[in-house]
Write a protein that binds this ligand. Structure first.
Ligand SMILES: NC(=O)c1ccc[n+]([C@@H]2O[C@H](COP(=O)([O-])OP(=O)(O)OC[C@H]3O[C@@H](n4cnc5c(N)ncnc54)[C@H](OP(=O)(O)O)[C@@H]3O)[C@@H](O)[C@H]2O)c1
Length: 489
């Protein structure tokens, strides 16, 4: 076996039997292991509430890995080796005495302990306090908090207070896995290593920017979770605002984690507040009804398991966001997310302004203005759409695509976002994680929208499953003379 480049660590995964752990976190750890086997003695301790024997738990993990890993990533030998590092402990977060069971699974040396909280965020305070009272938190411990952290600003601040009783800010990793995507990091390189882009990256040349996260699935088995959460808390408050920050921030003076986070924070502080007066004009709240996605009939949201039949919870949000600073004055950022849309995708589209004077025979209206399309899902890519000459006589113009995606050599797999981020935690690198002030600033911008919706009895706008959301979302852009990017069909 090759020597491990990974340091020794203990990884304690609360919520280790949950959906996220089995679908994303354990597959990511398996990939980390395959690229660089753990040092002997490294422990991954999965913590669940249910009483389960280790061998039964391992069978479940094995089945899930086979289900969720790309076929070429699975191999029996790696699994056998990896599984030797896996342990299972049953703890009820509310029962302090049940944490004692963890002691025998923690090493007594100085290695980093990563406590990963992948449970409902209402349990975070209780778990931290019990870890503290059992003296499990060492100076080299780190804690990772899954999103959404809290339900609003007040609950996020409560959680921050609870965490700060046991961990310093440099030990807290607030994860947003979109920031772990190669393409998001490449966007920083594209912007800040290329004067070509940086000189155009402002209100003089950019007409508007769209950021969309669309899912074709509904709430699946997570109806109860979604009833308490909704699309604004689940996607807008974290993923969409974080991507907006990366697109809109000023160049940091260097790549120090705090320099990057300072710049993201400035963007959040420059967002024009949405309040009662403009929410109805700038925010569209939608909910899916029955329809057809991928040729299959689907239930409406209110007919899903765990959902109230009179629920007003939003499964779709579209927003027009303005940033009050020199660079972005007057440039709308349109954010959109929804469930049961026609396809799963995540795109950032930078729409450049049109050329002031057109001299070619091809009708200008037929041509697309320059666009930079950054795709994060289902496959990561960056494409610049330009005008080029059509081959042959005359001066006909056509749209050409310039592929700016990082080249992948051979059949090398691009690492999943969680792999990169889990390694960053183990190595103590906070660059791609949120700081407390960023989290709170994002909540304080989102809170008035939540309060506005809570104060109104108006239902969301309905859209049939399999469509691109309610009519209001189309109008939001149409009134500014724009349309949503719908990608390659
Ligand atoms: N699932 C996703 O796609 C996704 C994506 C991004 C973020 N997240 C976030 O990740 C976290 C976990 O989500 P999930 O979907 O994995 O939830 P989940 O499937 O409902 O799993 C919850 C986990 O918490 C454990 N748990 C519940 N109550 C507990 C208690 N009192 N004491 C100890 N453990 C307890 C459960 O253990 P038992 O199963 O043994 O009861 C289970 O392991 C949430 O914060 C969610 O917002 C999820």
């Amino acid at each position: 076996m090759k020597e491990s480049g990974n340091p020794l660590f203990d990884f304690i995964l609360f919520g280790g039997s949950g959906d996220l752990a089995l679908r994303k976190l354990l597959p990511a750890l398996y990939h980390v292991y395959r690229s660089n086997p753990f040092q002997p003695g490294t422990r991954v301790v999965c913590v669940g509430r249910s009483l389960t024997r280790r061998d039964v738990f391992l069978e479940r993990v094995e089945a899930k890995l086979q289900q969720y890993l790309p076929v070429e990533s699975w191999d029996e030998v790696s699994w056998q080796q990896f599984s030797k590092h896996l342990h299972y402990v049953s703890i009820d977060a509310h029962k302090s005495e049940s944490y004692r069971a963890l002691r025998e699974h923690l090493s007594s040396d100085q290695r980093p302990r990563v406590f990963y909280f992948s449970t409902h965020s209402s349990l975070y305070g209780q778990i931290a306090s019990s870890l503290g009272s059992h003296d499990f938190i060492t100076p080299s411990s780190r804690v990772v908090l899954e999103k959404p952290i809290g339900r609003n600003l007040a609950s996020a601040q409560t959680i921050s207070g609870q965490m700060s009783n046991y961990f310093t800010e440099s030990q807290i990793y607030r994860i947003d896995h979109y920031l772990g995507k190669e393409t998001v990091q490449n966007l920083l390189v594209l912007r800040f290593a290329n004067p070509l882009f940086e000189s155009l990256w402002n209100h003089h040349y950019i007409d508007h920017i769209q950021i969309s996260v669309s899912e074709s699935i509904g709430v699946e088995s997570r109806g109860e979770f979604y009833e308490e959460t909704g699309a604004l808390r689940d996607i807008v408050q974290n993923h969409l605002l974080q991507m907006l920050c990366i697109v809109a921030m000023e160049p940091p003076s260097n790549l120090d984690p705090d320099r990057i986070r300072d710049e993201k924070l400035k963007v959040l502080r420059s967002l024009r507040p949405l309040q009662d007066g403009n929410i109805n004009h700038q925010v569209v709240r939608g909910q899916y009804t029955a329809g057809i996605v991928d040729g299959k009939e689907c239930l409406g949201y209110c007919e899903e398991e765990g959902v109230s039949d009179s629920s007003n919870v939003e499964t779709f949000v579209a927003l027009k966001v303005l940033i009050d600073n020199m660079r972005w004055s007057g440039v709308p950022f349109y954010l959109r997310t929804g469930k049961r849309l026609p396809r799963r995708s995540c795109e950032i589209v930078v729409q450049f302004k049109e050329i002031p004077h057109w001299i070619f025979a091809t009708a200008k209206g037929q041509m697309m203005n320059n666009q930079l399309v950054i795709t994060l899902q289902p496959n990561e890519s960056i494409t610049l759409k330009l005008c080029g000459k059509r081959l042959g006589p005359g001066m006909d113009v056509r749209t050409i695509d310039l592929n700016l995606s990082p080249s992948v050599r051979g059949n090398k797999r691009s690492p999943e976002a969680y792999e990169r981020l889990l390694l960053d935690v183990v190595n103590g690198d906070q660059t791609l994680f949120l700081r407390q002030d960023e989290l709170e600033e994002a909540w304080s911008w989102v809170d008035p929208i939540l309060q506005h919706w809570e104060s109104t009895s108006a239902p969301p706008e309905y859209y049939a499953a399999g469509t691109w959301g309610p009519a209001g979302a189309t109008l939001l852009l149409a009134q500014d003379g724009s349309v949503w990017y719908e990608g390659v069909k």
